[in-house]
Design a binder for this molecule. Structure first.
Ligand SMILES: [Zn+2]
Length: 435
């Protein structure tokens, strides 16, 4: 059973406290911010804040410092909310987690408390397990659901949008591109997605024809069950820069592209909180892919520009609430890591293409292990996204020989930029977030 863990209330078991580690600048800032929240809550609700014996450090228990790749990040929570709990992480901002039936085994979802209800931010994946969990939450909340916001169109974020908007009779808010991409994806899952273009995309990448057979078999498991509500047919549009007022707080819509076409983040300057969706993740990297539905797409420049824009925009004392992994501080460091990492991947590809290579031949230059199934789909798409960006920068050329694309280095300055043997470690294979 879900229950609200209100700000300043007794902590869930499992949130152990180790004040000896609460020593550096982040907890000092975090404690100051928490103090302010407690004061604000006290003023607005008439309920005592700190006077009740509330120690803000309890809100930022044992700091967990991660080694690579998140050395410069601070994780104020050592784990997700206890099973069945909803954790308040800022006034009126609640964090919960739901399972994903795949190697990326969880998604973080959020509730924003409004005057007359709760706004859901991201819905979890389709299927009975998540649907039942939502029903428990709806039953346990002290106010109804008033709106559903999806940060972007991926199935782990939109899977229950139909169920929630139909059951609660509330609007769905999304950006224009994400809504229509979700509609297109839902049509594809219903069986109208196979095409000669999709086969050609994989053939030209140099993929084994057997893979296509496996992909076709796998596609059967994406087909929604009759109990899954269809994706909603209407929406309310969110646009970059739009201001939403939720529970008396102002939230700015900030959009990014690359991982998906018009990904929405919600930023509250006054709460110092960013709901970042998949736009900023602390540990894993978001998949940036060329997909068979847009075989000549070039998403990487938009992704890099989005990361740079968020780095410019989001102060370091902002608590980043991502869709995967744990909440963290250190947006600027993480965004710099991500930009540097993609540039490093592209330099590897340039160095590897002195002799012409196919996209499939380049995969072992980027990933630690052989890619299979959906990981192959995502890893290949990501490799091609980096290759297209390099073509766009006039650093690689591409030729079509016997039906397969081969990429070749053409930039003479590579000799001064190359640093073989000094690259970041190879990446883990991408972790699918869909079935
Ligand atoms: Zn996503």
């Amino acid at each position: 059973m879900y229950e609200l863990c209100k700000f300043g209330s007794k902590r869930e078991p499992g949130h152990s406290l180790d004040l000896t580690q609460v020593t550096n600048w982040i907890p000092v800032r975090a404690a100051r911010i928490a103090d302010e929240w407690a004061d604000k809550r006290s003023r607005s609700t008439g309920r005592p804040g700190r006077a009740m014996g509330y120690d803000p450090r309890l809100h930022f228990p044992k700091l967990m410092r991660m080694s690579d790749p998140a050395d410069d990040l601070v994780f104020p929570y050592e784990g997700p909310p206890a099973s069945g709990a909803i954790q308040e992480v800022a006034p009126g901002v609640y964090w919960l987690q739901m399972p994903l039936p795949m190697s990326l085994n969880h998604i973080n979802l959020y509730l924003l408390e409004d005057d007359d209800g709760y706004v859901i931010v991201d819905t979890g994946i389709r299927g009975e397990e998540t649907r039942k969990l939502w029903q428990q939450i709806i039953d346990a909340l002290d106010k109804p659901i008033s709106r559903v916001i999806c940060t972007h169109m991926h199935p782990d974020h939109t899977g229950q949008a139909g169920f929630l908007t139909n059951t609660c009779r509330v609007p769905l808010s999304m950006s224009y591109a994400e809504f229509y991409q979700a509609r297109a994806m839902s049509a594809m899952m219903m069986g109208s997605g196979s095409s000669w273009q999709m086969s050609e995309y994989f053939e030209r990448a140099g993929i084994d024809p057997d893979f296509m057979t496996k992909m076709r078999e796998m596609r059967g498991s994406w087909t929604p069950q009759p109990e899954d509500h269809p994706f909603p047919a209407s929406f309310e549009r969110l646009v970059d820069g739009q201001l939403l007022t939720i529970g008396g707080q102002t939230w700015e819509v900030l959009t990014g592209s690359g991982h998906s076409p018009e990904h929405v983040c919600l930023y509250s300057k006054s709460l110092r909180v960013l709901l970042s969706g998949d736009q900023i993740l602390p540990i894993i990297t978001s998949n940036v892919s060329v997909s068979p539905s847009e075989p000549f797409g070039n998403p990487m420049p938009g992704w890099l520009a989005s990361l740079a824009r968020f780095r410019e925009r989001i102060p370091d004392e902002t608590l980043i609430l991502p869709a995967h992994n744990l909440p963290f501080y250190g947006a600027k460091a993480r965004l710099t890591q991500l930009i540097d990492h993609h540039e490093d991947r592209m330099l590897i590809l340039e160095e590897s293409c002195v002799e012409p290579r196919t996209a499939v031949e380049l995969l072992p230059h980027l990933f630690k292990r052989e890619l299979t199934g959906p990981s192959m789909f995502m890893g290949l798409g990501e490799c091609i996204a980096h290759l297209h960006c390099l073509m766009h920068r006039s650093r690689l050329s591409r030729s079509l020989d016997e039906g397969i694309y081969r990429y070749r280095t053409i930039d003479p300055t590579l000799a001064t930029r190359a640093r073989p043997g000094e690259h970041d470690d190879l990446d883990e294979p991408p972790r699918p977030n869909y079935v």
